[in-house]
Design a protein around this ligand. Structure first.
Ligand SMILES: Nc1ncnc2c1ncn2[C@@H]1O[C@H](COP(=O)(O)OP(=O)(O)O)[C@@H](O)[C@H]1O
Ligand SMILES: C=C(OP(=O)(O)O)C(=O)O
Length: 407
């Protein structure tokens, strides 16, 4: 992505600008002007139209800066697989030993927060490609949510908000120009767009070797998924194709209560081919490069949204640390009912009782029925995909099906 959209795209050097020639793609952003919602297939006065042949995108009726980057992300989901490159809706970072981790997840599940890690190099927070040479960021900056942002919990993002960063939808005092990060009066989806080099340990250029860990993030507002589970390849494919999260108030307009969302490949809005095409590419790359899959619940524990609490970010960070260090791979595991997930019995710095969700619920009956409810939602959702084969391999398709909830 090589243009200058609020610091998030890869900016050309002065030399490249000299010989810029014609752009690869042109965005016409008339965000203040609504589209005609009475046109066929229109459901609102907002539209983002792509013409792949003309290499043009037209944005109407929305001034949300996210539309530009996500529109181009859709283009990449078309162009990249044609070159055997997998486009990924994931954050990405790298340890000092060169171990790369991907963080897949829908909006608000923690891609930006968890890939921005003081002890690791940031490759990017949201959009990447995985080719035969390793991973690379599509963007040149980040787009962090900053609702309730605090210096203590997210110091790197806090410090990246300085001159040159664009704050979107935040409320601030006009006189002293101080931002009130807790203020949701415009929207909960407040953002900070900053160039990646505002993160001190950014990996420049934003490329890295083949991933060692593939972390699937779900913010489970039902509170029944374990804080972390180790996945085999078939389970990784199953959860990748399912693309589950339970949204709470935030990015999507009108969502105030938690609802289960299934978004294939953690990006149904952006994919252009059938989900199993991307899943097969992911499986092949993970197998070839020996990557391990993980499912991390950054959502609720001790009950559903309303009665339980969101898992502390500090605990999620400890879980992620144990994945990166390799220590979690060697932990002792036990298997859960229904989802058949392998969960560790101990992780340093995390209270052991929270690792098994059942332990944290006071009402065990409510836990069981909520677990079965979620399992049922997964099953229903997956029916859409059962007729599609993963590549030519029917065995893999069967394995993926068997890797889902079983009850
Ligand atoms: N346990 C947790 N893990 C990750 N994020 C959490 C957790 N608890 C609260 N959060 C908050 O959830 C939000 C995650 O948003 P973000 O990282 O921007 O998601 P994404 O990049 O996937 O859209 C942040 O505001 C973060 O502070
Ligand atoms: C820009 C977006 O991505 P994310 O919320 O994952 O940062 C969005 O979905 O609006």
């Amino acid at each position: 992505m090589n243009c200058g959209v609020v610091g998030r795209c890869i900016r050309p050097t002065d030399e490249e600008l000299e010989n810029f020639g014609t752009p690869d793609f042109t965005i016409y952003n008339a965000g203040q002007f609504p589209c005609n919602r009475y046109t066929h297939y229109m459901t609102s006065s907002t539209s983002i139209d792509l013409n792949l042949a003309r290499k043009e995108m037209v944005i109407l009726g929305t001034q949300y800066a996210g539309e530009m980057k996500k529109g181009l992300f859709s283009v990449m989901h078309y162009l990249m697989p044609k070159r055997q490159i997998l486009s990924l809706h994931s954050g990405c970072n790298m340890g000092i030993d060169g171990d790369v981790a991907l963080f897949f997840g829908l909006s608000g599940t923690g891609k930006t927060t968890l890939s921005t890690d003081h002890n690791r190099y940031l490759i990017g927070d949201d959009e990447h490609c995985w080719s035969d040479y390793g991973v690379s960021n599509i963007e040149g900056g980040c787009y962090a949510k900053c609702i309730d942002l605090s210096r203590e919990k997210e110091p790197d993002i806090w410090n990246a908000i300085k001159f040159g960063t664009v704050l979107e939808n935040v409320v601030f005092d006009e006189h002293i120009r101080e931002v009130e990060y807790g203020d949701k009066s415009v929207t909960e989806n407040t953002r900070a767009a900053y160039p990646i080099e505002y993160i001190p340990n950014a990996k420049l250029p934003c490329i890295g070797p083949h991933p060692k860990n593939v972390i699937l993030l779900a913010c489970d507002a039902f509170g029944v998924l374990p804080p972390v589970s180790k996945l085999n390849l078939a389970q990784t494919m199953y959860h990748f194709i399912s693309g589950y999260t339970a949204l709470v108030a935030g990015t999507e307009d009108g969502i105030k209560e938690p609802t289960a969302t299934f978004s294939a490949c953690f990006g149904a809005a952006f994919i252009m081919l059938h989900p199993t095409k991307y899943a097969a590419m992911l499986a092949e790359k993970m197998q070839k490069h020996g990557a391990t899959g993980w499912l991390v619940n950054t959502g609720w524990s001790g009950g559903s949204y309303g009665s339980g609490n969101r898992i502390k970010l500090a605990y999620t960070r400890k879980i992620i640390d144990a994945i990166h260090s390799g220590s979690l791979l060697n932990a002792t595991y036990e298997k859960t009912d229904v989802f058949g997930l392998e969960i560790p019995t101990e992780i340093e710095g995390v209270p052991s009782e929270i690792l098994r969700p059942e332990n944290t619920w006071g009402d065990k009956k409510a836990y069981k029925s909520t677990l079965l409810k979620l399992g049922g939602l997964f099953k229903n959702n997956f029916e859409t995909f059962t007729n599609y084969k993963i590549g030519k391999d029917t065995k893999l398709t069967q394995e993926i099906l068997a890797a889902g909830p079983n009850f």
